[in-house]
Design a binder for this molecule. Structure first.
Ligand SMILES: C[S@@+](CC[C@H](N)C(=O)[O-])C[C@H]1O[C@@H](n2cnc3c(N)ncnc32)[C@H](O)[C@@H]1O
Length: 246
């Protein structure tokens, strides 16, 4: 029996059972300009955010909520953290966590029931939330997760938020309002993300079309030179560094 707090988790699990069953990895940037754009832009944004942290890199303890196959967790290794500083968690109990463990066995990856407060007392001082709210259909579910993160973090702890402006089409789309959702936090830094500006202009995009057919991507415009140029100059995502007040 689910508590009211984690009811939306069923929706997330059901959607991903269809979208990405087992150890299927649709997030590989080879041939997918969307994935390449995501990866390059999140690395850029996370680097900027870490530079603003008043907690030294070596003292960070990251909880990567909604780690999926571990892409965002592995990013912290590339940016200078050690595996024991990172815990990746996801509500998907099947293949994705196994794949994450396989791709980096040194990081602790766990499937859980969606309430990050179970990680209280583990010294978490940096929560990473990348591409997660856009998969949650119920706006109340997003708010519940925000409150749980607030409770989990100590005063002075950070929340790195990297997300689409619009929720995924598969959960009904619609603008996500992070400043309202995380209104209890103070905003340290924010900027729009023009993710396509990092993609080489001659990049092939076969998988991007497939992702659009699967309704993973909100964008309905055909891939034309014009739409690529548009996505290079108009932001698709936003990054915000929040801090829990002292
Ligand atoms: C688009 S994926 C992003 C994965 C990863 N953060 C990245 O950047 O590659 C979103 C993930 O969030 C997970 N998710 C949604 N709500 C969650 C929650 N409350 N706790 C943990 N994971 C959640 C989904 O199962 C899915 O794997």
């Amino acid at each position: 029996m689910k508590t009211q707090d984690t009811q939306y988790v069923t929706q997330v699990r059901d959607d991903y059972d269809l979208l990405e069953p087992g150890q299927l990895d649709t997030w590989n940037p080879v041939h997918s300009e969307y994935e390449l754009a995501y990866r390059l832009s999140i690395y850029h944004a996370a680097t900027e955010a870490l530079l603003l942290s008043q907690i030294p890199l070596s003292q960070l303890k990251v909880l990567d909520i909604g780690c999926g196959n571990g892409r965002s967790s592995r990013m912290y290794i590339e940016l200078g953290l050690h595996p024991e500083q990172i815990i990746g968690v996801d509500v998907r109990t099947g293949g994705t966590i196994n794949l994450a463990r396989k791709l980096n066995p040194a990081i602790q990856f766990e499937a859980y029931d969606g309430d990050p407060r179970v990680y209280s007392g583990r010294g978490i001082n940096w929560v990473s939330l990348a591409g997660v709210l856009s998969t949650i259909k119920d706006p109340e579910g997003r708010r519940i997760l925000a409150n749980q993160i607030y409770e989990l973090l100590p005063p002075g702890g950070y929340l790195f938020y990297f997300e689409l402006y619009q929720a995924l089409k598969m959960v009904g789309g619609g603008r996500i309002y992070p400043l309202r959702i995380f209104s209890d936090f103070e905003k340290v830094w924010a900027r729009p993300v023009r993710s396509y500006k990092y993609v080489p202009s001659l990049f092939r995009n076969a998988d991007y079309r497939k992702a659009r057919r699967m309704s993973v991507i909100q964008q309905d415009l055909p891939i034309t030179i014009l739409s690529r140029i548009k996505r290079t100059f108009l932001p698709t995502h936003e990054v915000i560094l929040f801090r829990k007040p002292d």
